[in-house]
Design a protein around this ligand. Structure first.
Ligand code: GDG
Length: 735
């Protein structure tokens, strides 16, 4: 594997007050720590302190470099706008569907841009040539594009740890286009669940008008892959922790302190997405409705302080503390408070002991990208480490719910539903608890953080194998050499050239895309060579081709092969007089019905095809209707001589007896060239590339522009024009 650079907002380590380097905790840091990423890698991120607080910058950088990390140094003002502002006060609530909590400040996005740029510059300097860079999370959404501009040689992967919400939310972000464009700088974009990926695709369609394919999309000349990679927890780390002395001591200590009482645990960063106030309301109701349980239960809430610089979080901490006090005031007894709020982090070994002891773990976020606590709790239920039986209460709004169906799934907004789940959990037999735990453990162990990282990095390694050839001109130079060599030795060469998008660029009104003088001259110069035959094979009507190219000594094929005008005949003819178009009457009513149901769509009737256009329709609705129409047409045209094709915002039904491939095949058999070349830009041209050539030497195929293709070479309109000019020049020099 080429050298890997991991990038996240925060480095997994910091320098403490004593000036020593120590590890930090959190979802991303703990998952990646357990990912067991093979080989040597560098980690780039913010080191926890700002420029003003660093006494000796060189010494600071060196200290971090010595342990394999590279800091991005930020000024306090910059950090506040980027991190506390745009990342955590705008993006975080938006990504978690909490539009009402999101705050907008134009200064924040400027800070966010500037810091993403700084990251790009640090990475661009540090990353190896042709290396891989794996970027994490919502703080760095603009980074992929910025980095690609600086370092086109590297492979860029991005993983989002939060949900990606519906397009209705993202559309409200003033910077929505910039953010989506930023991410499209990647080779691979990963999400926790299919739902998040689906929403992302829908944003691309609605905001940028980009229709993705199954596994990704073409963006410029690159394939951007998208995938679902549900993150796993640090299984190895927890298993090691459970073998430690600290774990055993903590287990004994807490067992003793619980004195036969039940432990109902929750562990989370103190964040409004985690639903702590809602959980407290359910606890209050549970204690009210179950007086006999009040002295038996110990609700232990471990809430790690989080984002203390952000006002919302400080307010949340106060609210939670007040409510915990109020519940204990109402339902506590002398010597026993049912709710214990521990507003701090614990070492992993102690955390594992809490997981092992708890009869119930309540993971009840309002919304959560994945949630690793749920996975860690189940994995720590191991009899060999003296764990007690336990059951997980899990919010259906956590990404983890999709993988953990043997937990008690709840809706955190339904207080009574949560109370019922708590009652069910506390009365569940050990046998049932163990059987639920076992049903989930195997899957979790197989899909831990290591497996997750391996899958993502495997896909990143395979990505970028687009058929974009940066040396296309060189390759075409070899093609030119082959053609001229054949012509010089008196052998016959044939050129089959599409018109729109191949010889001439697109303009708003198709009738304006007339050939410029230099193109007409070029085709004329090529056709003047005795051994060279040239055909322009187009979807255009014969009137257009006749008007602009009819005077040239070349062959013309109009309407995808319905009409042709051969050089030696000099008149337009039906290419295949036996073409039967009676199928049009069968398919038209279906297209008319689609128009009725889809505002903004319309039908175009051509000589040998009919097309349903939905460019003006709502993009998602249009696409959905197009898929329905395709199914319908596939069924009704099964016995008809037509092909049904889904193209750029169109569904086209065309006669099978007519296409550019059939036309090329006819001409090829007629001319019997020794070597030939076909060039085109869209799906209809693929039929030319797919024929079985009869020429002795080689059939060169050239795709113009982006998109998947079976052609051997790829270039631009300009590239093809240069190629043809150069060929014409060589030929005139030869003669
Ligand atoms: C984000 C997404 C996604 C907690 N308390 C202690 C402690 N922790 C560790 C847990 C767990 C991690 O922190 C929390 O991870 P979560 O996944 O639950 O949540 P976020 O921090 O919000 O993480 C989330 C995650 O990224 C990964 O993609 O799942 O949806 O929001 O690993 O064990 N660790 C220690 N002591 C504590 O007191 N040592």
């Amino acid at each position: 594997m080429s050298h890997l650079t991991l990038v996240s907002n925060r480095l997994p380590i910091r320098i403490n007050e004593e000036g020593e380097v120590e590890r930090t905790t959190g979802g991303l840091a703990s998952a990646l720590a357990g990912a067991g990423i093979p080989g040597d890698y560098t980690w780039i991120g913010w080191g926890g302190i700002n420029e003003e607080e660093i006494e000796d910058q060189d010494a600071y950088i060196k200290k971090l470099n010595d342990v394999g990390v590279q800091p991005v140094i930020l000024k306090t003002e910059e950090f506040e706008a980027y991190y506390e502002g745009y990342s955590n006060s705008t993006l975080w609530p938006m990504l978690h569907y909490m539009k009402g909590r999101a705050k907008f400040d134009p200064e924040w996005i400027n800070g966010y841009r500037a810091v993403n740029k700084k990251f790009a510059e640090v990475i661009a300097k540090a990353a190896d040539k042709d290396g891989q860079v794996w970027i994490h999370d919502y703080h760095l959404l603009l980074l992929p594009k910025m980095l690609r501009e600086l370092r086109p040689d590297i492979k860029i992967g991005f993983f989002l740890h939060t949900p990606w919400p519906s397009s209705e939310i993202i559309r409200a972000l003033p910077e929505r286009n910039e953010i989506l464009e930023g991410l499209l700088g990647c080779d691979v974009i990963g999400f926790h669940t299919y739902n998040y990926l689906r929403h992302f695709n829908s944003c691309l369609l609605r905001i940028l008008g980009i229709e993705g394919e199954a596994e990704g999309l073409w963006h410029g000349d690159r394939m951007v892959r998208m995938g679902v990679y549900p993150i796993g927890h640090n299984s190895t780390g927890f298993h090691e922790a459970m073998q430690s002395k600290t774990y055993k001591e903590a287990l004994e200590l807490h067992k003793e302190r619980l004195a036969g009482g039940k432990l109902i645990l929750s562990v989370e960063r103190l964040d409004y997405t985690k639903g702590v106030p809602e959980k407290l309301e359910a606890i209050r109701q549970f204690l009210r409705q179950n007086p006999e349980q009040r002295s038996q239960v110990n609700f232990v809430i471990i809430a790690v302080p989080s984002r203390v610089g952000v006002e919302e979080y400080n307010m949340l901490a106060e609210t939670v503390q007040r409510e915990v006090g109020a519940i204990n005031g109402d339902y506590g007894e002398v010597g026993h408070s049912p709710v214990q709020f521990l507003h701090r982090g614990f070492p992993m070994e102690e955390l594992a002991a809490f997981y092992a002891l708890a009869e119930v773990c309540m993971v009840t976020p309002i919304i959560d990208g994945m949630n690793l606590v749920a996975k860690e709790y189940i994995d720590c239920k191991r009899k060999k480490y003296n764990a007690r039986a336990g059951v997980l209460i899990l919010s259906e709004f956590a990404g983890a719910a999709q993988e953990m169906s043997h937990s008690l799934l709840i809706n955190p907004h339904d207080t009574q539903g949560v109370v019922k789940a708590m009652e069910q959990a506390l009365s569940m037999s050990d046998e049932e608890m163990w059987s639920r735990v076992r049903a989930m453990q195997d899957r979790l162990a197989r899909n831990d953080a290591g497996a997750w990282a391996k899958r993502f990095l495997g896909d990143l390694t395979e990505s970028g194998t687009t058929d974009h050839d940066p040396d296309a001109h060189e390759t075409l130079a070899e093609v030119e050499e082959n053609l001229t060599k054949n012509l010089a030795s008196g052998r016959k060469v044939a050129l089959f050239l599409d018109y729109d998008g191949t010889l001439r660029g697109f303009v708003d009104r198709p009738e304006d895309a007339i050939p410029d003088k230099s193109l007409v001259d070029l085709l004329g110069r090529l056709a003047a060579h005795d051994s060279l035959r040239l055909a322009v094979i187009s979807g255009r009507p014969k009137t257009f081709l006749e008007k602009h190219l009819g005077h040239l000594p070349i062959d013309l094929v109009a309407e995808h092969g319905y009409y042709w005008k051969r050089r030696e005949v000099g008149e337009w003819e039906l290419m295949n007089p036996h073409v039967d178009n009676s199928w049009v009457d069968v398919v038209l009513p279906h297209l008319e019905w689609a128009v009725t149901l889809t505002p903004g769509s319309e039908i175009e009737v051509k000589t040998s095809s009919v097309v349903w256009h939905y460019r003006q329709a709502d993009p998602e609705f249009g696409l959905w209707r197009a898929k329905g129409l395709l199914d319908e047409l596939t069924a009704i045209t099964a016995s008809l001589p037509v092909s049904v094709h889904h193209g750029q915002k169109i569904v086209e039904i065309a006669s099978q007896m007519v296409n550019k491939g059939v036309a090329t095949d006819f001409l090829m058999k007629d001319w019997k060239p020794d070597v030939a070349l076909a060039a085109g830009d869209d799906q209809t041209d693929e039929t030319m590339f797919a024929i079985t050539p009869v020429c002795e030497d080689h059939f060169h195929t050239v795709k113009i522009g982006t998109g998947s293709t079976r052609a051997e070479h790829r270039t631009t309109i300009e590239g093809l024009r240069n190629f043809l000019e150069s060929l014409a020049d060589t030929l005139s020099n030869q003669s």
